[in-house]
Write a protein that binds this ligand. Structure first.
Ligand SMILES: [Mg+2]
Length: 184
């Protein structure tokens, strides 16, 4: 009763990514095969896409709306997963999502950075019709609780946003100051 989403994290060359995906497909249906190859070569992505059945997800290392144009134009991904921080913020994530909407491609914001990142991505998704799933590298978001003023409201795999101003969460500044690290 669960979807199988596999993240290859851009680690593989073309034949390895194809072999990996095909052997996993033999074990069962894959609902999402993420970043089969490093993101620099869309040609590599196309070669994998042409040889596997699993839906392809791409985008955590796409940085502006222009990075996503050739992926959408050449039908290289079934899902797009931009990161709100790495795309430069809420406005760019919104624009990329609207671009995907025009191609009828669902969007899942990526998160590997913490509560502000995941909530900012989620807030943008409240404004777009082509939201798919909220991605996060943590299966248990309570790991973020000590960093913010109130725990995130998560139940049954759903993140509930607040109607408070801004993102609806504040950083726990006392905790952050107490754990400040001198850089440089
Ligand atoms: Mg990933």
């Amino acid at each position: 009763d669960v979807d199988i989403l596999i993240d290859a994290h851009g680690r593989f060359d073309v034949p390895t990514a194809i072999r990996l995906c095909r052997s996993l497909e033999e074990a069962g249906q894959i609902d999402w095969f993420e970043e089969p190859c490093p993101p620099e070569s869309l040609n590599a992505l196309k070669q994998v896409r042409d040889k596997v059945s699993a839906p392809i997800s791409w985008g955590e290392r796409g940085h502006t709306k222009w990075d996503f144009v050739p992926v959408l134009e050449n039908k290289l991904a079934d899902y797009i997963m931009p990161d709100v921080t790495w795309t430069g913020g809420i406005t760019e994530l919104k624009k990329i999502s609207a671009l995907c909407e025009a191609y009828y491609v669902p969007v899942s914001p990526h998160d590997a950075a913490g509560p502000i990142n995941v909530v900012a991505g989620a807030q943008v998704m409240m404004t777009v019709p082509n939201f798919y799933k909220l991605e996060t590298s943590e299966w248990d978001l309570s790991k973020y609780d000590h960093l913010i003023d109130k725990p995130l409201d998560v139940s049954n795999g759903n993140l509930k946003l607040t109607s408070k101003p801004g993102l609806g969460v504040e950083m726990n500044r006392d905790y952050l100051q107490a754990h400040e690290i001198e850089l440089g």
